[in-house]
Design a protein around this ligand. Structure first.
Ligand SMILES: [Zn+2]
Length: 260
């Protein structure tokens, strides 16, 4: 069975056919989904999706996270942190994030991004929860902030650095999450990381509805397609696909401390 460690099935893109999307995930052997929040409204929608009604038989198991994306760092406030704290106290989230830095789109200023990220790193340490980190063209600053603010554990979502940066993240105790781009033609550096990473520190994700793997690129992504990502990583590592999937699922359980 497979785990999609980063999906956004709470988004409106799935309102029309969410039940079928979840059913297709299970049919493809994807039995566990981490539904990642990134702002107040997506955090709330993730909560609604992970209640008992949804986690019944015949459904994949869904777990939620809560955080503030670097794009929305301009909306950061102490009240936002209190909201995440309350969810954690109620046992409703398995991680803080996604949070991080995005110096590619810069939809919030770098200063706003640093402030919101640092606060969430410290919150994760306070709550003893792993972090879900978004890093786009900000490797150096992300690593610096993780080190400076006492990050303990987490995952580099949609990892996009080279092997040198991967080593630094692994040394910080982080997992590397491989997404659809590993199936794209211009992904030599990522394939190198996927080949060299220790077996017990790799997980896979879709980041759906984004980053649809080849050959479905251009269409809406969904959790069932994490199988294509896992198969590609197994091929790169010359491992049996089922064995790799089982190891990646075990890694996800350790990372998010999920029940067996
Ligand atoms: Zn995401």
């Amino acid at each position: 069975m497979l785990t999609d460690t980063h999906c956004h099935v709470q988004l409106r893109e799935y309102d029309r056919d969410r039940d079928e999307v979840l059913r297709r995930a299970l049919e493809s052997g994807v039995d566990t989904l981490i539904c990642v929040g990134y702002d107040a409204s997506s955090n709330q929608r993730a909560q609604r999706l992970t209640g008992d009604r949804v986690n019944g038989p015949g459904r994949p198991r869904l777990y939620a996270t809560a955080g503030l994306h670097p794009h929305d760092a301009k909306d950061f406030s102490p009240a936002f942190l209190d909201g995440v704290r309350a969810l954690a106290a109620a046992g409703r989230i398995v991680a803080v994030g996604e949070c991080g830095l995005d110096f590619y789109r810069n939809l919030s200023t770098p200063e706003q991004q640093r402030l919101a990220f640092a606060a969430q790193i410290e919150l994760a340490a306070e709550l003893d929860l792993p972090l879900v980190v978004h890093d786009r063209e900000a490797h150096e600053s992300v690593a610096e902030l993780l080190e400076r603010h006492g990050a303990r554990s987490g995952v580099m979502h949609c990892f996009s650095g080279d092997w040198e940066f991967a080593r630094r993240c692994l040394d910080l105790g982080f997992y590397l999450s491989i997404a659809g781009p590993v199936t794209y033609r211009n992904a030599e550096a990522l394939r190198d990381v996927a080949a060299r990473a220790p077996a017990d520190r790799l997980v896979v994700e879709t980041d759906c509805p984004f980053l649809t793997p080849h050959p479905f690129r251009g269409k809406r992504n969904e959790p069932a397609l994490v199988r294509l990502v896992a198969e590609e990583v197994a091929r790169i590592r010359k491992e049996d696909p089922e064995a790799f999937a089982a190891q990646a699922a075990a890694n996800a359980r350790a990372l998010f401390r999920l029940p067996d």
